[in-house]
Design a protein. Sequence first.
Length: 259
Amino acid sequence: MLSKFLRLFAAAGLIAALMTGSAALSAAEAFSNDETKAIENIVKDYIAKNPEIIGDAFLELQRRQTTEQEAQQSQAIAKNADALFRSDYDYVAGNSEGDVTVVEFFDYNCPFCRRAFNDIVKLIKTDSKVRVVFKELPLLGKPSEDSARLAIAAIPQGKYFEFHAELLKTKGRVTKSVALKVAKKLGLDVEKLEKDMNDPNVDAALAANRTVADKIGVQGTPLYLIGDQIIPGAPEDLYDQLVARVNEVRTKGCKIAVC
């Protein structure tokens, strides 16, 4: 009987051959035509008698791909740690000198970002040592970009977090006009804000966030980064996951140079 490894190899090889339209396995070039046909017949016969190994092969392939992707992502995070965790462009909430950092990529028109905001606020309130970095990543069109620009421009006026919170609490689509109304309600200098939203520093901040998001493979918002671990989306147990990851970094240390 073939070993489990050989069974998986045989199944994966046959599946690959069928998917590519080839009648031979990738290793068939090492054998004569008669030998190749004999091997194919043995493999086909074995799979026919043990069809469950096809599922095993796919599971093994998925496991290897996931492991490889996680390793590549971890390397990318390590290479871009400064831009992710210590960028001068981003607003930091919680304890600015905290021992563990949570990075959030978000869009003001992302419904999942809105839903998850309370979990971030709860984390900040319950953990006095955590620092949270907000990375504006407007993916949902010009209204989102305008809102992100206004939010970044609000940092020098000292009311970013209040503005950020109100935008995420706003019902309906957040546009430039909606964001400006929120800014006025909060007492921000709206005229200065509208002027500063097109400042080169705002351009640089958004460009930096898009670049680093692309490098670590961010495909949507929200996305949370703690150490080299990523939490995509807004799962129902987001707060518990954030707490668990923060405690893990706090207990075991950070695997990358800066986090």
